[in-house]
Design a binder for this molecule. Structure first.
Ligand SMILES: NC(=O)c1ccc[n+]([C@@H]2O[C@H](COP(=O)([O-])OP(=O)(O)OC[C@H]3O[C@@H](n4cnc5c(N)ncnc54)[C@H](OP(=O)(O)O)[C@@H]3O)[C@@H](O)[C@H]2O)c1
Length: 328
């Protein structure tokens, strides 16, 4: 493993790969805080600077956990968090982007994280009832007040990104992007590049599926959100496994893992791309970081893409309700 290189999200310098922290509190079954904190410290020791959380993850638990982990090491970290889901997991989704909510959410995140500023503050989902100008205007006020350094959006559509960027520079777009979710490549990525906005692919391992670790949902906790996701549903999961089998073959030929190939493919999409694979384990963290050392030729990239043609992916990336909140 060489040193982790630096990439830029707009003007914000970050490690070329970040660490997604959601699973440490949310979505993927029970977690062990001591194990998560050890993984967070190991990430910092290895040169990962970008830690990704949100107020929604574990209803504040994730921010508090990260706050504990970075206490005394604040200067080593680029802290990214998000606001926007005003409900708890399991309750009907309530997105809020009004100015009063933005201010209130930021104060609460600062308190839970135990810091005086957030490095990258994202709107988690666009609130269709509130003009983006109001939301980003309130976020820009936080920058002027020194509470936030840079702004980001998550799952915003191209038109919204343009309007937001006209109010205050947007540094990063965090949206789902992986070998099995390539929707944003047609319109959104070109707009971000035109405006100098960095790209932060979330769920870059397809929620773990692209690593080949899941051949059924049987081992997943009853509360694991993947049980409700169409791509993990009976019938779809089996068809999607055919993609992983092909990735496995390509990975074996390079003596790497399928997950490393999936991350290397994303990293080769441009110098402005900073994936944030999520893990609670030091072993996976090391494996994922080692993907930074996997160079790919144009032929290999073509072969990887041919292994996962979008028309062969079975099932949508979210359920019907959650799909209404993305790309808008
Ligand atoms: N903006 C948004 O709306 C949004 C939505 C979803 C996620 N995110 C962010 O993106 C981050 C990453 O997304 P994600 O966690 O959903 O999906 P992901 O990174 O695609 O996959 C995470 C899953 O893969 C497993 N995994 C990680 N590395 C592995 C390896 N090398 N081998 C085998 N399994 C491995 C993890 O297991 P363990 O946890 O058991 O180690 C976890 O179950 C999140 O943590 C969060 O910060 C943002």
């Amino acid at each position: 493993m060489t040193d982790v290189p630096t990439r830029y999200l707009g003007e914000l310098a970050v490690s070329a790969q970040g660490l997604g922290c959601m699973g440490m509190s949310h979505g993927y079954g029970a977690s062990d805080d001591a194990q998560s904190i050890a993984t967070l410290h190991h990430a910092l020791d290895l040169g990962v600077t970008l830690l990704d959380t949100a107020d929604f993850y574990g209803a504040g638990h994730n921010e508090e956990l990260i706050g504990r982990a970075v206490a005394g090491r604040r200067d080593e970290v680029v802290l990214a968090t998000k606001f926007g889901f005003a409900n708890r997991l399991g309750e009907p989704t309530l997105i809020r982007g009004d100015a009063a909510y933005v201010r209130q959410a930021c104060e609460a995140s600062l308190r839970r994280l135990g810091v005086d500023h957030i490095d990258l503050y994202y709107q988690h989902r666009v609130d269709p009832r509130v003009p983006i100008e109001e939301t980003v205007g309130a976020m820009a006020e936080l920058v002027r007040a020194g509470k936030v350094r840079y702004l980001g959006l998550s799952e915003a559509g191209a038109g919204t990104i343009r309007r937001a960027h006209a109010v205050h520079p947007i540094s990063a777009l965090q949206s789902e992007w992986s070998l099995w979710t390539r929707d944003l490549e047609a319109e959104t990525v070109p707009v971000c590049r035109e405006l100098g906005i960095g790209l932060v692919p979330f769920s870059p391992l397809g929620r773990g599926f692209l690593t080949g670790r899941y051949s059924s949902v049987d081992g997943l906790a009853e509360t694991d959100v993947r049980r409700g996701q169409p791509r993990f549903a009976d019938g779809n999961l089996e068809r999607n496994l055919a993609i992983v089998a092909k990735l496995d073959e390509l990975a074996a030929a390079r003596s790497v893992t399928a997950g490393q190939l999936a991350l290397a493919w994303l990293q080769h999409r441009g110098d402005d791309v900073v994936p944030i694979p999520g893990t609670r384990r030091q072993r996976y963290l090391e494996e994922n970081l080692a993907a930074l050392d996997v160079g790919l030729s144009a032929e290999e990239i073509a072969a990887i893409e041919a292994a996962a043609p979008p028309e062969h992916i079975a099932g949508s990336r979210y359920d019907a309700t959650s799909l209404t909140f993305v790309n808008r």
